[in-house]
Structure formats: structure tokens, C-alpha cells
Write a protein that binds this ligand. Sequence first.
Ligand SMILES: [Zn+2]
Length: 377
Amino acid sequence: MIREKAIRYSQELLIADGHIDLPYRLFKENLLYEKNIDLDYETQGNFDIPKAEKGGLNCPFMAIYIPANKSEKEAFNFANSLIDLVKNVTNSNEKFDRALSPNDVINNFKNDKISLPMGMENGSALGNNIENLNYFFKRGIRYITLTHSKNNRICDSSYDKLKRRGGLSNFGKTLIKKMNDIGMMIDVSHVSDDSFFDIIKISKKPVIASHSSPRHFTPNFERNLNDEMIKLIAVNNGVILVNFGSSFVNKKSNKLFNKINQLVAKWREEKSSKISDEEEDNYRNLLINKYDPFADIEDVLDTIDYIIDLIGEEYVGLGSDFDGLGNSLPNQLKDTSTYVNLIEGLLRRKHSKKTIEKICYKNFFRVWEANLQNHQT
Ligand SMILES: [Zn+2]
């Protein structure tokens, strides 16, 4: 019975996801300059039209992900190429449509279309020119993850051991105000703790964490949010879109994936000859089979319940990181067809339809709408 209800809800309710790495996946599949990109068949990836339809996904935010090792000039060009790629994907499939606001998404939903809004992962593409913010807003970008795995001109990164600035730079501070003015959402995923506290102090608009989970489940993993940060996001009226990744939601998985990454790095170093991506994947999968590092869907449900217990049900949503996590997704949450399982889990945990609706999109859309209010472009 609960299963049937979950299937029904997944189709009836709008489901939005704050972070899906389809653009970079397609880049890796050498489709960057391909005009016709058909996704209406079962691909090897986490996201395609059949999987999204099965899962009831209506609004996957496309991550315009820019690797941290690119120069600012390269980053600018690469961001533009990935935005063009999303345009090509949208134009190639009848099922997809563009979306620049919650209203667009709701209209597309009524017309049985999947919206493909965009967020930029790594503000390095802005370079030193604050005017690029307007430029990318006009190109359809609706949030910017300020940094990725390295410190940049804007702020420090959680993954960068050397915290260069101890938070936001002066450029970063000006940028936050400008983002508020034009209606560009600020994404605090990936930033260092100091950067987070600077941002939350300055931002007058609600922020998002597009793909982060509570640090409570992964002690010392700065990429996730600690309780103090989660509480401040509630005060800011923002939203935490939880990451599904095994190493984000479970302490043991976090440790095992760290170990696997270290073993892969060591193996790479020992092999003097050049190793292909395929060879590396094979070796990684060998270790994954050996250690069984996967978390479970229950762990992801625990992160949602933890946030609700801490700050209430108005500030949590979904930011799976599908297509960006490789072979590290939890059991029963392996791709975009599995939102049904998540809804089933929420029902089993006695959450009402109203609460599930908030988690699926309403909380996120409240923040998006608040950012677009009174904006000046
Ligand atoms: Zn990311």
C-alpha cells in the first residue's frame, strides 16, 4: 500500500533536485560540441528521460561544473560551452524545456515537461569582472556555488587544506551583495567554514546549500554542514538540499571511500605508465567490491530527519549530486528513477504529504522565489 502511495506521490508532486552533474558527464562522453543529444533512452548514467519519468523528477538543476584547475579565462569559456551544451540537450528532446524561475518550472510541469534550470559550480568563471555576474544571469544561471575543491578569488574551499584568506575576499564580499541585488542564489556547498560564516553574515537573501549534508553523520568532514551552520541557514530562511552520496551520509562509508581513494592514488603513483580512466575505474570498482562501502537509503532519510528535528521542516530539500558521484551512491538510491524509494521511506517514517511536498520542492522554490523578488538587472 505504501509503495503504491509513493509511486502516486512521485508522479503527482513536483520533484526538484538542486544538483545533477549531467553537463560534465556529457562533456566526458565527448558530447560538448554535439548538437543533437538524445536522452530518451536508458543510458549508463544516473539521469536520462526514462529514469527521470520513472522517478517523477521534474526539475533537475544542471550543474555547470568548472574544475578548479582551470584558469579564470578557461573557466569562463568552459562555463559557456557547458551552458551551450544544456541548450543543445533542451532543444534535442521534446520532453525538456528551459526554466528561469519557479513559475517556469510549474508551467512546464503542467505541460508534462521536465525543466532544466542551471546552477554554476565554481565562481572562478566570473574572473575579476563583477559584470560577468549579469552576463551569466542572462545566460540562465540561477545559482553560483562560490568555489569548488580549491580556494579561488572569491573565497576559501572546504577541500583546500591551505585556507588562504580565512573566508571571503573583498571581491567575494562585493559579489555577495551584487548576487543579492540581481537575484542570483548563493550556494554555500563546497566553501570553507570561515567562508560560510562570512557569507551568512552578509547575505540579505536566503542562501542554498545545493548538495551538502549534516556533518553530524560524518565528523570532521568540512564539506558537510555542522549544526551551527544548519541553524544559521534556518535563521537566514535558506534551504539545505541534501547530498545522497554514501560518503556524505554515513561515517563508515566516508572512511571506506577515503581509504579507497587513497589506495587508488597510491596505485596510480606506483604505475609509472599512463593509466586510462577506464583502467582506474576498473581498479576502483575492484576495491569497491572488496570493501562494500555503500551507505543505505535509510542513511539519507536519517539526514533529512536530522535537519527537521534540528530546525523544522521548512529548510530541507534534495540535492542528490547524481551523475557527479560515480560508483558511490547508496543502496536503493542509485539513479533518478529512485526518488520513489525516498518518498516511500518518508511515508514509512510517517511524514505527511504536506511535509513531503516541502522536501520535494516547496522549500527550495521559496528560496528561489525570494531571491528573484525585487531584483535589479
Ligand atoms: Zn560538488
